[in-house]
Design a protein around this ligand. Sequence first.
Ligand code: NDP
Length: 282
Amino acid sequence: MSGAFVGIHTGSFSTPAAGNPTVVMVEAAYRHHGIDARYLNCEVGPGDLGDAVSGARAMGWAGFNCSLPHKVAVIDHLDLLSESAEVIGAVNTVVATDGDLVGHNTDGQGFVTSLRTVIDPRGLQVVLLGAGGAARAVAVETALAGASSITVVNRNERRGAELARVVTEGTGVEARFVPWDRPFEVPGGVDVLVNATSVGYGDADVLPEVDLASLHGGLVVADVVVSPPRTALLRAASAAGATVLDGLGMLVGQGALAVQLWTGVEPDREVMRAAAADALGL
Ligand code: NDP
């Protein structure tokens, strides 16, 4: 670190901003690689988002993350969108590129990077529980990574059907919607089951409504929930012999891609994972 001058400014705009594990994770990567950069965690309410983006632009920030509730609203303040952010309809990472602020979505790519540590999604049948922001990012990127089909299982029919339509029209991969009105039985032939709902967040014992007898050793079961990472679904899947993947891998993946976009350095994911786990008190 040069000490007196800070070369690269990055940060996060969200509310509530407190407790965001990305701050500690990204700063750990900067320190580990000796990158002369800072990551500022900023409390920004919906009415101030435009001013915050103008401020980052005026101060020459390399970029910033947008978390809840700004992932969709920030698009109005940007110059360009990456192809997948356009399809997903949400941005979590903004990068200053040749004078333009470009919106990316690294959530889904972070998931795919994490998934690839256990299986290549090409040609696989993928089932997603949920149709919210995380599910949209995961569904679109998994389709773009070559999955052969995506099934969206969701309580709210409008949201679920809309996500299936977005995936089919935006990626060309066959997607269908299944209403979630009874315990979901994983059909034979499915390769990957992803819990992309918020069920399990903050409660290690709550399970999404899945018929546990339909879990088996040939499945990969992934969860986007980060806290706690060892969810009841992953424990049940492990007990059934399935390969499991926790949400921390996705969190680290999205943060690592953002660091790379802002600084050009491919950061050490193990350093970031350890810092994120520490920040979450794991
Ligand atoms: P949203 O509020 O956008 O979506 C929530 C989804 O969960 C909806 O599909 C909703 O269904 C579903 N849901 C909520 N409660 C239930 C329930 N009891 N039974 C069935 N479905 C339910 O949230 P996000 O998509 O933004 O976040 C979802 C999770 O992903 C959170 O835990 C978040 O922390 C995590 N996340 C993890 C990331 C990572 O890097 N690992 C990145 C981003 C998010 P319905 O539409 O029917 O209401």
